[in-house]
Design a binder for this molecule. Structure first.
Ligand SMILES: [Zn+2]
Length: 173
């Protein structure tokens, strides 16, 4: 494959950056696709999802692929390596076990919430304060093998215009 913009050597762990609408039920598929077409017209993206000659204007050092992820149902976007810690959004206590149990119940058809042992309330799964950050969403814009941990501030503003408010999830694997 011919690369128009040669990429520098990267660490062996690949970084993927997921931009996920904050509302887990939001799937602004049409405006997301229109935005990708716009990026293609601007030379940021090629028509097969690879980096265009101006990919670095969207993300420092570019990316290997930029694509939409459209799961059939809301899904968890999280770091693939290691675990994460979850805190009660009200009190800040660590409630990872409560969350993990509820997450697996949700994945087998249970409600999208967890009973919090810190404050006694039920929180939506997506309200949990996770470190590293994760998100539950129905759509994600994915910069695979990204050259940076974030798009440029201008690109991020464009993304939020197309998708609404987003959470950014970094996944290394
Ligand atoms: Zn709580």
């Amino acid at each position: 494959m011919l690369r128009l913009s040669p990429k520098p050597m990267r660490p062996s762990h690949r970084l993927d950056v997921y931009l996920v609408p904050t509302d887990p039920d939001a799937a602004p598929r049409r405006s997301a696709q229109a935005y990708l077409q716009q990026l293609e017209a601007r030379g940021i993206l090629t028509n097969d999802g690879g980096p265009g000659p101006h990919a670095g204007r969207w993300m420092p050092e570019g990316f290997a692929r930029l694509r939409l992820d459209l799961p059939d149902a809301p899904t968890l976007y999280a770091n693939r390596q290691g675990g994460f810690r979850v805190r009660c959004p009200d009190r800040g206590d660590v409630v990872t076990a409560d969350f993990a149990r509820a997450l697996s119940e949700w994945r087998s058809g249970g409600p999208r919430q967890f009973a919090c042992s810190a404050c006694g309330q039920d929180h939506p799964l997506e309200a949990a304060d996770g470190r590293p950050a994760f998100a539950i969403g129905s759509l994600a814009l994915v910069a695979a093998d990204a050259g940076a941990t974030s798009p440029t501030p201008e690109a991020l503003a464009e993304v939020q215009q197309a998708l609404g408010p987003v959470r950014m999830v970094l996944s290394r694997g």
